[in-house]
Design a protein. Structure first.
Length: 130
């Protein structure tokens, strides 16, 4: 898949689960919002670009820990909150977010799988009991 389009006008969408990520995702939000979950997504390209235009909208993007994320958007009365890795993770795909964000916001957060959360809990419990 080369291009994918997400258009939200006075509405929203949610994409999660296992899905094939396109080389480029064009996202248009006008008084709407969406949620993209890349936790179980399959990346077939080393670099994926999200080209966004958001006016009075909002987006939540969830990424796994092994994904490099770079945000290069131009923001007016809005912003991008990036809690993901911005440094190079070897053998990890890269997600580049670029475009215009006006009176809007994009939140990028790390989402761990259930297995990763369980292993972190078990390690903490082991440290506590040792």
């Amino acid at each position: 898949v080369d291009k994918d389009y997400i258009i939200d006008i006075f509405g929203g969408c949610n994409r999660s689960g296992t899905w094939q990520v396109a080389r480029e995702i064009r996202m248009f939000c006008l008084f709407g919002g969406n949620e993209l979950d890349f936790t179980n997504a399959r990346f077939s390209h080393p670099v994926t670009r999200i080209k966004v235009f958001s006016l009075f909208g909002g987006s939540s993007i969830y990424v796994p820990e092994n994904l490099n994320v770079h945000s290069k958007a131009f923001c007016i009365f809005g912003g991008i909150g990036n809690d993901a890795n911005s440094i190079h993770v070897p053998q990890g795909p890269t997600l580049v977010i670029e475009g215009f964000i006006i009176f809007s916001g994009i939140g990028i957060k790390i989402r761990r799988t259930l297995k990763e959360r369980f292993m972190e809990f078990a390690d903490g419990l082991k440290r506590l009991l040792s």
